[in-house]
Ligand binder design. Structure first.
Ligand SMILES: CSC[C@@H](O)[C@@H](O)C(=O)COP(=O)(O)O
Ligand SMILES: [Zn+2]
Length: 213
């Protein structure tokens, strides 16, 4: 039997980390109805990603597979996430990206609808902005882009590429869909995801209280 083209011990470790974290996110109600997808970089040519259509609240090892950075399955007959290209494009683009988390929480979905017309959600004045890697003060502002939804991943990927050309980015919303967030590793990606979700919740509550939208 030929050896795997990646380090299988590393895959095991990453899969274990994915299972624990994804189940926790699912328990918060952020992955309804099998939605959401998750991945971690194995090496410069491979990533571990969730199999399409699996219940993220019950994620287990068999629900995680390996793809190359063109999105092709490696050593598996399963179908990787329908949104695999949105993961692999980021891994291809930056060696600093090691983990990508995509969820469909209510904050994320409602905010994406409310701010789709503006094309972004502006987050400013929050202490929690320091949760984003590189931000050292609450005085920074972060614009979360909102992309139109599409089932055509190359269309979405091209828009994400254009956003990345403009400067640092930790995540984006897709209208009526959810949030993509990433980081160097699971801990950083999760910190970004949680900060986005909390701050989007604040913006929604402010809009409700002030009737500003
Ligand atoms: C169950 S609807 C959600 C999907 O269309 C998609 O947006 C999603 O997040 C999960 O797709 P998947 O192919 O399981 O990775
Ligand atoms: Zn999705």
């Amino acid at each position: 039997m030929s050896a795997q083209p990646y380090d299988s011990h590393r895959l095991c470790e990453l899969a274990g980390e994915l299972i624990v974290n994804v189940r926790e996110l699912a328990a918060r109600g952020w992955t309804p109805a099998t939605s959401s997808n998750f991945s971690q970089r194995i090496d410069e040519r491979h990533a571990a990603i969730t199999v399409s259509g699996r219940d993220k609240g019950r994620l287990r090892e068999a629900d995680i597979m390996v793809v190359d950075l063109d999105g092709a399955a490696v050593g598996s007959d399963h179908r990787p996430s329908a949104e695999t290209l949105l993961h692999t494009q980021l891994y291809r683009r930056s060696a600093d990206i090691g983990c990508i988390l995509h969820t469909h929480s209510q904050h994320q979905t409602v905010a994406s609808r409310l701010f789709a017309g503006a094309g972004h959600v502006r987050l400013e004045g929050y202490e929690l902005l320091k949760a984003f890697a590189g931000n050292t003060t609450h005085e920074a502002a972060v614009n979360v882009p909102v992309l139109p939804n599409s089932q055509h991943m190359p269309t979405l990927a091209a828009q994400v590429d254009a956003l990345l050309d403009r400067g640092p980015l930790w995540g984006y919303l897709i209208d009526g869909h959810g949030l993509y967030a990433w980081g160097r590793d699971m801990a950083e990606a999760r910190r970004h995801l949680e900060a986005f979700d909390f701050l989007l919740g604040c913006e929604l509550e402010l809009a409700r209280l002030t009737g500003s939208r």
